[in-house]
Design a binder for this molecule. Structure first.
Ligand SMILES: [Zn+2]
Length: 342
């Protein structure tokens, strides 16, 4: 990519009012059948338009066709019973009623490939596609079949690899795996989590990314953050192995967080999507605030490897706020581009 400091978002953007209940996670659709299919495509176009107008360089579908970044992918697989639900603790943080793995998991047909083709034909900009990571997928399910987190993660990694290869063939430039669970289950991350992620990217020629964050700005996450103390050193656990991994880009939460920026030293050499927009507040950053975070990151990330981004997805925010934040991301990045070129 030739653009200096190419901007992108972590993934999700708010949906239009007519498509889904705003400012809600797992928001129910307001349309049905054919109308829903057409509505999702229209929303994808609007979301792309919002990104292009804001000057975002690496664009995405804004996850407009998904109800949730993990569940929608799993809904398309065999072996998971969505009627049979159990309450589990997600990322050791909050209780949720989740579907049950009742048999071998498999993907019968592509999940997002048609959507990716649709996005590809709408723009010449580089496109990034987000998929859930294997460890985050297993953490959102009750497993009554494999009875092994590692085994189930491995099966999901193989399925994700099939999907990723077809996304690549559809013209996706960067495939990103969302692994917020990497910030929680440190022993498993190092024992098999990163290996499962590498299985998911096996044989891909496009760029690959992993997104690790402190979650959407929902109450369960903001309450959890309050328990983490004055320095958030969670990234320290996975970084050494990630630095050695085959993943090209690491997407991180860096703005308004208590992550010490010098932890980025541990992944020196990797490309880093630096979160410079806080998704847990509706306050819109100033360009200077964004620039300040990027400047700090530049002490540890070479300029040609720094990709300004958002801390996490913006699905739960209002569209107006999300649009303001996209503009702030571009404006803040422009300040640093000028500084670097001066
Ligand atoms: Zn995130």
């Amino acid at each position: 990519m030739k653009t200096l400091l190419p901007t992108s978002t972590a993934g999700s953007l708010p949906k239009p009012l007519w498509l889904a209940q705003p400012e809600t996670l797992w928001s129910p659709w307001k349309l049905q059948n054919e109308e829903l299919i057409a509505g999702k495509q229209d929303a994808l176009r609007l979301s792309l338009d919002d990104q292009l107008r804001a000057g975002i360089d690496i664009v995405s579908d804004g996850e407009q066709t998904r109800q949730h970044f993990v569940t929608t992918f799993i809904e398309h697989l065999n072996g998971v019973d969505f009627e049979k639900r159990e309450v589990v603790k997600i990322r050791n943080r909050y209780d949720a009623s989740v579907p049950t793995v009742v048999g071998a998991v498999e993907r019968q047909k592509p999940v997002f490939v048609d959507d990716a083709r649709y996005l590809r034909q709408l723009t010449k900009q580089p496109i990034k596609w987000a998929l859930p990571g294997p460890m985050t997928m297993i953490d959102t399910l009750y497993d009554a079949h494999y009875k092994s987190r590692e085994k189930l993660a491995w099966e999901f990694a193989k399925i994700l690899n099939q999907e990723a290869k077809e996304l690549e063939a559809a013209g996706v430039d960067i495939i990103q795996f969302d692994e917020p669970a990497f910030n929680v289950f440190f022993d498993e991350v190092n024992d098999w989590g990163i290996a499962a992620l590498e299985r998911a990217v096996e044989g891909l020629k496009c760029e690959t990314a992993v997104h690790i964050c402190y979650g959407y700005g929902i109450k369960a996450n903001t309450d959890w953050k309050k328990t983490l103390g004055s320095e958030w050193r969670q990234y320290e656990e996975a970084f050494p192995k990630l630095q050695q991994s085959t993943i090209d880009i690491i997407s991180l939460e860096c703005h308004n967080s208590r992550v010490p920026m010098d932890l980025l030293e541990l992944i020196r050499g990797k490309k880093v999507m630096v979160g410079a927009i806080d998704v847990a507040t509706s306050a819109i950053e100033t360009a200077e605030e964004v620039a300040d975070t990027l400047r700090k990151a530049l002490q540890f990330v070479e300029a040609d490897k720094l990709y300004p981004s958002t801390n996490c997805g913006m699905a739960p925010l209002s569209r107006q706020v999300a649009a303001g934040k996209l503009n702030a991301l571009s404006a803040g990045t422009d300040i640093i581009r000028r500084e670097l070129l001066a």
